[in-house]
Design a protein around this ligand. Structure first.
Ligand code: SAH
Ligand code: SF4
Length: 357
C-alpha cells in the first residue's frame, strides 16, 4: 500500500484533492479541516460527525502528526520552552512568552540558519534544513495541546493569542512553506489567529519582503541592528548581499500599499559596537530619509556560550532609547524572558551545548 499522507500542512485545496483522490466528496474537506484545526483532533476515531466507515478509510490513507516533545522547561517567569523532534530526528526549539491575559508563541522556520549573524546562537549552527509547512504549523499546535486551548477560542481572551516568527531560522529563506503555514494558522475556520497578531521577523532578504507580506497579511519586523552598511555588514554578513538601501526600499514599498502599516525595527544593543548616541542619530536620519512609519524594539543582547559580544550597559540602553523617543519613535526596551532556561532571543538551538561543539 502507498505511504500514508500527512494531513497537517496541506492547504484547503490540497486537502480537498487528497479526499477526492480517495473517492470522497469535496465538502468533506471542510469538516476535516475543522477537526484538524478548530478542534485540534489527532485521532480519526474521535471525529464523530464522520461515519465509522469514513473514519476507518481516513486512518488507512492519512496521518495527523505532532512533533515529539523531547524536553519541556518552565522558567521562573512562566516562559515555557519546548525542544521538539520531527520524524527524521531533527530538532527545533519553540518558546511561549506569557503576558497578563495573553501571550506569544515564538516559532521556528528552519533547523539552524544560513544567514550567520555574528551575535546569534542559531546562526552559529549553520543550516541543516528548512522546516516543512506541517512542521511549522504543528509547533503552534503543540503549544495549544499543552495549554489545552482547543477548540479554537472564539473570543479574544486566549492564552496563545499571538505568533511571532522569531525562533530559529530565516523565514524568507523558506518562503513557500512559511507563507503556506501562516495562511493555515490564520484561517478563520481553524486555528484562527488574527493576521494582525502575527509578526514575521526577517534579517532583510529584500527581494522577498513585499511578496511574503502580500501573501499573508501579517506584520513585519526587520532585524536592523545597525544604522549603516559598514557596521551592519560586520555583524550581519547578509548585509553584503542585501544592503540597507534594498531592505529599506522594500519596507517603503510595503508601507506605500497601505497607509496604516507600521514596521517594527529590532535593534540589538551590543556594548561599544552599535550603542552610541551617534548610531541612534543615524537611525533617526535613516527613518526620515526613507519616510518610514516605524517603531523600534530595543533588544538587550542575550549572551550564549562562546559568543564574543557583551550586552550594552543599562545607562547606554536608556540614553539610546531616549534619543529615539525624543525624535518621536516608540522605542521600548524588550524585557528578556526565560533567561534561566535559555529561551530568550538568539539563544535557541537544536542541540545540547555539548553536542554542538
Ligand atoms: N531570522 C529572523 C528571525 C529570528 S531571530 C531574524 O533574524 O529576524 C529573532 C530576533 O532575535 C532577531 O531580531 C535577531 O536578530 C535577534 N537575536 C539574535 N541573536 C540574539 C541574541 N543573542 N540576543 C538577543 N537577540 C538576538
Ligand atoms: Fe538567522 Fe535570524 Fe539568527 Fe540571523 S538572527 S542567524 S537571520 S536566526
Amino acid at each position: 500500500m502507498a505511504e500514508k499522507t500527512e494531513l497537517i500542512g496541506l492547504s484547503r485545496d490540497e486537502l480537498q484533492k487528497a479526499l477526492t483522490d480517495i473517492g470522497e466528496k469535496p465538502f468533506r474537506a471542510k469538516q476535516l479541516w475543522q477537526w484538524l484545526y478548530y478542534f485540534g483532533e489527532t485521532d480519526f476515531e474521535k471525529m464523530t460527525n464522520l461515519s465509522k466507515v469514513l473514519r476507518q478509510k481516513l486512518s488507512e490513507h492519512f496521518t495527523v502528526t505532532r512533533p515529539k516533545i523531547v524536553a519541556e522547561q518552565l522558567s521562573v517567569d512562566k516562559t515555557r520552552k519546548w525542544l521538539l523532534e520531527f520524524a527524521d530526528g531533527q530538532r527545533v526549539e519553540m518558546v511561549y512568552i506569557p503576558e497578563e491575559d495573553r501571550g506569544a508563541v515564538c516559532i521556528s522556520t528552519q533547523v539552524g540558519c544560513a544567514v550567520g549573524c555574528r551575535f546569534c546562537h542559531t546562526g552559529s549552527q549553520k543550516l541543516t534544513r528548512n522546516l516543512t509547512t506541517a512542521e511549522i504549523v504543528s509547533q503552534f499546535m503543540v503549544a495549544r495541546d499543552t495549554y489545552g486551548e482547543w477548540p479554537s477560542p472564539t473570543n479574544e481572551t486566549r492564552y496563545l493569542s499571538n505568533i511571532v516568527v522569531m525562533g530559529m531560522g530565516e523565514p524568507l529563506h523558506n518562503m513557500e512553506n512559511v507563507v503556506k503555514a501562516l495562511n493555515i494558522l490564520t484561517d478563520g475556520d481553524g486555528i484562527a489567529i488574527s493576521r494582525r497578531r502575527v509578526t514575521m521577523s526577517t534579517s532583510g532578504i529584500a527581494p522577498h519582503i513585499v511578496e511574503a507580506l502580500q501573501r499573508t497579511g501579517v506584520r513585519l519586523a526587520i532585524s536592523l541592528h545597525a544604522p549603516n552598511n559598514e557596521l551592519r555588514s560586520t555583524i550581519m554578513p547578509i548585509n553584503n548581499r542585501y544592503p540597507l538601501e534594498e531592505v529599506l526600499n522594500a519596507c517603503r514599498q510595503y508601507q506605500a500599499e497601505d497607509g496604516s502599516r507600521y514596521i517594527t525595527f529590532e535593534y540589538l544593543l551590543l556594548d561599544s559596537i552599535n550603542d552610541s548616541l551617534d548610531c541612534a542619530r543615524q537611525l533617526i536620519a535613516l527613518m526620515k530619509k526613507y519616510t518610514l512609519r516605524a517603531s523600534f524594539n530595543l533588544i538587550p543582547f542575550n549572551p550564549w556560550p562562546g559568543c564574543a559580544f557583551k550586552p550594552s550597559p543599562n545607562n547606554k540602553v536608556k540614553a539610546f532609547a531616549r534619543e529615539l523617543e525624543n525624535a518621536g519613535f516608540a522605542a521600548p526596551v524588550r524585557v528578556a524572558r526565560g533567561q534561566d532556561i535559555l529561551a530568550a532571543c538568539g539563544q535557541l538551538k537544536s542541540k545540547k551545548d555539548a553536542e554542538s561543539k
